[in-house]
Design a protein. Structure first.
Length: 231
């Protein structure tokens, strides 16, 4: 647990919500990588809370598929499941091709400005080698495409559908090739956004398909480098 990153408790946040948020964010950012043993007693001491909110956080995380309870062995951060990634890739490609088609037809001006700023920020993150901020901005860019088409709730469904996909992407821009990966994703983002602004449906869909499919190619490489993270 020495890699666990503590975050400040929000003013109106309950102890239960705080414990869950800390563990969730640490798992999703791979500070607690797949396979990490989780101890209620140890975490309650680190978070300075009783064991009850930690136990409740464990239950919620297990329901999301982020923790796995192995009889006689203990509780562990779940491994990344390749089969689920393949299914989610199909879901995401199908959905986001439809989203960029909608965006090419009509995209609200406030979100156009936000997209431009998002691309600007990503350029800075790439230049500074800031992988964590780039990943957050990557999610922001996709969410803006949904919001600009009037489909923000569908983006939330996407976010909640497969957390393994998100963890695989974090791993991909956090290893030794982070700079190369960020640069490539940044260039793809620029092409997608420009195609939307130009109302070029084919260019937007073609690049979005390539962009989403990239994760499966990357996973094949990552499984060789980090076999202990995948199940």
């Amino acid at each position: 647990m020495d890699k666990l990153i503590l975050i400040e408790k929000e003013p109106h946040e309950t102890v239960r919500e705080y414990a869950y948020r800390v563990l969730y964010q640490n798992i999703m950012t791979l500070k607690l990588p797949p396979g990490t043993a989780m101890s209620e007693q140890e975490l309650s001491g680190i978070l300075q809370v009783s064991r009850t909110p930690v136990r409740e956080a464990f239950i919620r995380l297990a329901q999301k598929g982020l923790l796995e309870v192995l009889p006689q062995r203990g509780t562990f951060v779940s491994k990344i499941h390749t089969e689920q990634l393949a299914e989610f890739r199909f879901f995401r490609v199908t959905l986001e091709r439809a989203i960029v088609e909608l965006a090419c037809q009509e995209f609200l001006d406030p979100w156009r400005t936000k997209l431009e700023f998002c691309i600007f920020e990503q350029g800075k993150f790439v230049a500074n080698g800031n992988a964590e901020s780039f990943f957050k901005s990557d999610n922001t860019l996709h969410s803006l495409l949904y919001e600009g088409c009037g489909k923000p709730h569908i983006w939330q469904v996407v976010q909640d559908s497969n957390l393994d996909y998100a963890r695989a992407r974090v791993l991909n821009i956090s290893d030794g090739y982070a700079a190369e990966q960020m640069e490539l994703l940044y260039e793809q983002h620029k092409i997608i956004v420009q195609a939307v602004f130009d109302k070029n449906v084919k260019a937007a869909q073609d690049m979005m398909t390539k962009h989403i499919n990239k994760v499966m190619v990357d996973v094949a490489v990552l499984k060789k480098e980090y076999p202990e993270y995948f199940g």
